[in-house]
Design a binder for this molecule. Sequence first.
Ligand SMILES: Nc1ncnc2c1ncn2[C@@H]1O[C@H](COP(=O)(O)OP(=O)(O)OP(=O)(O)O)[C@@H](O)[C@H]1O
Ligand SMILES: [Mg+2]
Length: 215
Amino acid sequence: MCNIELKLEHIQKSYTRPVLTDVNLSVFNESYIAILGKSGSGKSTLLNILGLVESFDSGEYCFNGVKIRQAKDYAKLRLENIGFIFQAYNLIPTLSCAENILLPTLYSSKKQRDFDELVELLDIKPLLEQKVTTLSGGEKQRVAIARSLILDPGIILADEPTGNLDPYNKEIVFDLLQKENKRGCAVVLITHDWDLGNKAKTTFVLEGGRLIEKK
Ligand SMILES: Nc1ncnc2c1ncn2[C@@H]1O[C@H](COP(=O)(O)OP(=O)(O)OP(=O)(O)O)[C@@H](O)[C@H]1O
Ligand SMILES: [Mg+2]
């Protein structure tokens, strides 16, 4: 498990209009942060910036001592430190489930997690040879979660990871995130589900382009 120390200071990001106006956030291995907020408030934008997928306009982002400039320059840092569960899954449609899960291991020499254990945890064994285009939303979500964990990241960024899950699978994913956090993996979770949000150690609402902590 790698060390995680992330700091966002006064982050601003606009598209056609301002989305993030002044975001400040620190994340460490023991962090378990939930971010809630209205649709369009900028939650995915913020997670994409944290995950080095998206650039920002101004402010400072320090990732394990590295001052981030253009997000696209940090592919290796991202691959080896971050497990990203995207809102739209971002699975490769031409590949099977097993190939999707193992894809990150082709680009890194980092030791991988036990594949069979992950598959068991997420209850996806019968799906492994199936093309991902033939899966249901909830099945895609669980395959995407397995892929995010295969390189044993120091931080999991999860954009509505239970959005398409039934209560049973929601519980599986929630337990998994809790377990990962207990073994020292930071978790930043976006959710519309206050039950899930309130179970995090720290809960923020993104409103007016800023994070407001809920006590
Ligand atoms: N690439 C882009 N180009 C232009 N506008 C964008 C782009 N990405 C996001 N936006 C806009 O930025 C705003 C924030 O989008 P974002 O996806 O971060 O919202 P969100 O809080 O994740 O919403 P949801 O809960 O619906 O997922 C929205 O108004 C969206 O239209
Ligand atoms: Mg979103």
